[in-house]
Design a protein around this ligand. Structure first.
Ligand SMILES: Cc1cc2nc3c(=O)[nH]c(=O)nc-3n(C[C@H](O)[C@H](O)[C@H](O)COP(=O)(O)OP(=O)(O)OC[C@H]3O[C@@H](n4cnc5c(N)ncnc54)[C@H](O)[C@@H]3O)c2cc1C
Length: 370
């Protein structure tokens, strides 16, 4: 990094140190760019920092395979393994996901999923009702279920903080707990971080700001939906009778380390006036637990709540790419509930555009909205 009269020059500045921003930093640094990342708070302070998250390639009511699931899975796996090597605290496990079919219609869809979406070998298995009930007797009423083998449960705060530390060792400049003023009048952008009085010139700025994107005028031509979600963390008297995480009415993530901890989460509030957890959220999540795992409620020792906002596009696909008018601005957003599994591969595609001027695939490109 070069410095001239207290003015630091970088090739790229990333706003936001969630899973999206850190993934982009990783890719750009790996390709030889000088990169700075700025966050109003600390890494994982946004939606990426939900108490536990799943990287599950089979989403929605029909257990559809997510976009480019094999590439996304492999990119995420590489990162999880390489960051884990740098820290003693275990933060992830590849424990798979169980999806009980709660209705006959769901069972029909789930049964079709392995063929319909052309899953890679051994990723996903339909287990008929009788066998499923024998194998997983702790579930409430169901008509069989899916076992998705290639899925991770992740404790995101230790992951993202270690990810940031790993990237700092490779040269990433971090400015955390800072608010930023961007002066974009000239072709080279001047990013002024007020709290730390750091001022530097950057060729490009990449917006990876999560739900704050809806406040940013530069991107107001994009039609974002903000959806609030809540989680409840349960400490249980006893160990869970299963190792897998669960996707049913929302998700139920088994802690990668503590066998008696489960986090239940769901994102569903399209209209909300605050982003705090509340009693209604707790009630709704506990009733999902009751329906899915009826025996577990009596084993709850203590609970903790959390809330956050995810951003989605109306076609449920993420959005990456260059601003149509301001050529020095880029975006990665709209990750919905798939930020963990998709961010690292999307970061590669966005970097292909930044460095090699290669347009991202239409399904995820910003060009589909212009
Ligand atoms: C309850 C809930 C549960 C979820 N569960 C899952 C799950 O199991 N699996 C999954 O894949 N996804 C899940 N998601 C969605 C997932 O969190 C998102 O897809 C993903 O985290 C978005 O990552 P991001 O990096 O774009 O945004 P964020 O993680 O929100 O990061 C944005 C960052 O930008 C910073 N920032 C904001 N404004 C500025 C600014 N002006 N300057 C600098 N920095 C700024 C914020 O402080 C924040 O750190 C869940 C979401 C919620 C709400």
């Amino acid at each position: 990094m070069s410095s001239d009269n207290h003015l630091t020059n970088v090739d790229a500045t990333i706003l936001g140190a969630g899973i999206a921003g850190l993934s982009v930093a990783d890719e750009l640094i790996g390709r030889g760019l000088k990169v700075a990342i700025i966050d109003k708070k600390l890494p994982g302070s946004g939606a990426s920092g939900a108490p536990l998250v799943l990287a599950n390639p089979a989403t929605g009511r029909r257990a559809k395979m997510t976009w480019k699931a094999d590439l996304c899975y492999q990119h995420l796996k590489n990162v999880l393994e390489s960051v884990q090597q740098e820290t003693e605290q275990p933060f992830f496990t590849e424990n798979g996901v169980l999806r009980p079919a709660l209705t006959k219609e769901m069972a029909e869809d789930f049964e079709r999923s392995p063929e319909k979406y052309n899953w890679p070998d051994n990723w996903i298995e339909w287990i008929p009702e009788k066998e499923f009930k024998n194998k997983y007797p702790f579930f409430g009423d169901n008509y069989g279920g899916l076992h998705i083998r290639k899925a991770f449960s992740i404790d995101p705060i230790p992951f993202l903080r270690s990810y940031s530390d790993t990237l700092v060792k490779k040269g990433l400049q971090t400015i955390y707990n800072s608010s930023v003023h961007i002066n974009s009048d000239s072709k080279q952008l001047k990013v002024i971080s007020s709290d730390q009085e750091a001022e530097f010139k950057s060729e490009i700025v990449i917006y990876a700001v999560g739900s704050a994107i809806t406040d940013m005028n530069e991107w107001n031509f994009l039609d974002f939906s903000s959806i609030k979600g809540q989680t409840i963390s349960l400490d249980l008297e006893e160990e869970l009778p299963f190792r897998e995480s669960i996707s049913s009415l929302g998700y139920m993530a088994a802690d990668p380390v503590k066998r008696n901890r489960l986090v239940i989460g769901s994102t569903y509030e399209h209209h909300f006036d605050h982003v705090k957890p509340d009693q209604n959220g707790k009630k709704a999540l506990l009733s999902k637990l009751e329906r899915t795992l009826p025996g577990l409620k009596s084993a709850i020792k203590s609970t903790d709540q959390w809330a956050g906002v995810r951003i989605a596009m109306n076609d449920h696909q993420p959005v990456i790419g260059r601003h149509p008018e301001k050529e020095n601005l880029f975006i990665i957003s709209g990750l919905g509930s798939k930020g963990m599994i998709q961010s690292r591969y999307l970061a590669k595609l966005l970097s292909d555009q930044i460095i090699e001027n290669q347009e991202p695939p239409e399904e995820v490109s910003i060009s589909r909205f212009s």
